[in-house]
Design a protein around this ligand. Structure first.
Ligand code: DLL
Length: 432
């Protein structure tokens, strides 16, 4: 599944291919996606102005807000009857960011994920253990599609029940694993508790992503699980996992540029930055049928390197991302915006506008706590009433963001007050 004809393509030929695909995509979105046509008309850009990738800067940006404004299907470029799959991820409010795939899009997805796995040495004789969540999140089904495209025996384990996962690893003889890097560490810890020696497993390599992780976490996972590791990056708005992947040289993640054209911009001005500079990563989909996004602002901060890699690939390499230019938190692989929590809190008449969102990583698992105060005269008289209120706030937050939360009702006037910009998020996680 190493697709040399694309992965090691001469860069001039790659540019010609990207330019052709870009022209076709712009023509399609202009004709089929009203919000894009409106933006282009407003900027005075017509499809015929876009001759090559050098003209990308003429096109409008897309951001999460555009997906929200056109919720759920307003940015689709094909009729819904051609869309065979929907995925979704949290948006900045309670509304999800919805993405769609045609049958061909799923084929492309399977293909880019197959490249990802092949770069880690996977062949059809391997057995995949997929512990990314299956469902609206793209991790589970994305990895699943790639493993099946290669022809691997694919085990759709999904998340949770770590002891059972380890039993499956042992009994089914899985040779590679796909999950978040923090879950890999939880697995290692659980194996130690269960007295399972990782070296006795058939696992050879793991494909970890969906959240930031560092080189020291990599060493830790490799030592504890006795496997090789590969970083995999992606986002639902592009396709899911499969946007970029690491090869054995470990010198950045190769972007599947024949499908996703990257740019680096200054997050404040939107100006395209010169090669090698650090800034916000922006992608344009040039093969997506159902929902081809143009110049999508990922908010992820990184830089790009165009020199050929020692592995032979010519695909550009992006460095591990160093953070985000917005306030999105990634908790246990799930995207959470503080504003989602705030919206829930504000819907309770008893809650005062003083609250803190505390994120920590305890034994490699992300923990989320919301500390709040109640308004004056709003503290109930009985403990049972207080507990009932705490319970309903917790359930409301959980149903808004999809992950569990500990709610703490603090004593009156004990949470910090801010004179300037309020700082509601305390992220104590140390990525070592
Ligand atoms: O997290 C897709 C994915 C699933 C990637 C499984 C890799 C593995 P979203 O839920 O839309 O999609 O979140 C996208 O997650 O903009 C980054 O901020 C972050 N992210 C994803 N992969 C990495 C990574 C999936 N390898 C957002 N390193 C992105 C750092 C990552 N951050």
């Amino acid at each position: 599944m190493w697709q040399k004809e694309y992965e090691a393509m001469d860069r001039a030929e790659l540019k010609a291919l990207q330019s052709k695909r870009l022209r076709e995509t712009i023509e399609r979105v202009y004709n089929n996606v009203a919000p894009y046509r409106a933006k282009m008309v407003e900027m005075g850009v017509k499809p015929e102005h876009i001759k090559s990738v050098d003209d990308l800067h003429l096109l409008p940006f897309t951001c999460k807000q555009d997906l929200r404004d056109n919720y759920p299907y307003g940015l689709f470029a094909t009729p819904l009857s051609d869309v065979v799959r929907i995925h979704a991820t949290s948006g900045t409010t309670g509304k999800q960011t919805v993405v769609g795939y045609t049958r061909d899009d799923l084929k492309v997805w399977g293909n880019v994920m197959a490249r990802t796995f092949a770069a880690g040495g996977v062949t059809k004789d391997d057995i995949a253990h997929v512990s990314y969540g299956y469902g609206l999140f793209t991790g589970g089904l994305g990895a699943h599609g790639g493993a099946e495209t290669i022809g691997c025996t694919t085990v759709p384990v999904s998340t949770g029940n770590t002891k059972r996962q380890i039993q499956i690893l042992q009994d089914f003889g899985c040779t590679f694993i796909c999950c978040t890097p923090s879950y890999a560490l939880i697995m290692a810890e659980t194996m130690a508790e269960m007295g399972v020696d990782p070296a006795s497993l058939k696992l050879k390599v793991g494909f970890f992503g969906a959240e930031p992780w560092t080189e020291s976490m990599r060493r830790d996972i490799e030592n504890k699980l006795k496997i090789q590791t590969r970083d995999i990056y992606g986002l639902s708005e592009m396709i899911g996992p499969g946007v970029s992947f690491e090869c054995g040289s470990h010198c950045g993640l190769h972007v599947n540029e024949d499908h996703f054209i990257p740019e680096i911009i200054d997050p404040d001005t939107g100006e395209v930055l010169p090669e090698g500079e650090q800034g916000e990563l922006v992608f344009t989909c040039v093969t997506k049928q159902a929902m081809p996004l143009i110049r999508y602002r990922t908010r992820d901060i990184t830089r790009l390197h165009y020199e050929k890699c020692t592995c032979g690939r010519t695909l550009v390499r992006m460095e591990k991302t160093v953070g985000r230019s917005d306030d999105m938190l990634i908790i246990r692989g799930v995207n959470v915006f503080p504003s989602q929590i705030e919206t829930v809190l504000l819907s309770f008449a008893e809650v005062a506008p003083y609250y803190q969102i505390v994120v920590d990583r305890i034994n490699n698992a992300d923990k989320l706590e919301v500390q709040l105060e109640l308004g004056e005269n709003k503290y109930p008289d009985s403990v049972s009433e207080l507990e009932a209120l705490r319970g309903s706030i917790g359930r409301a937050i959980e149903s808004a963001i999809g992950i569990s939360v500990k709610v703490t009702i603090a004593e009156p006037k004990t949470l910090p007050r801010f004179e300037g910009k309020a700082k509601h998020v305390v992220d104590k996680r140390v990525l070592y």
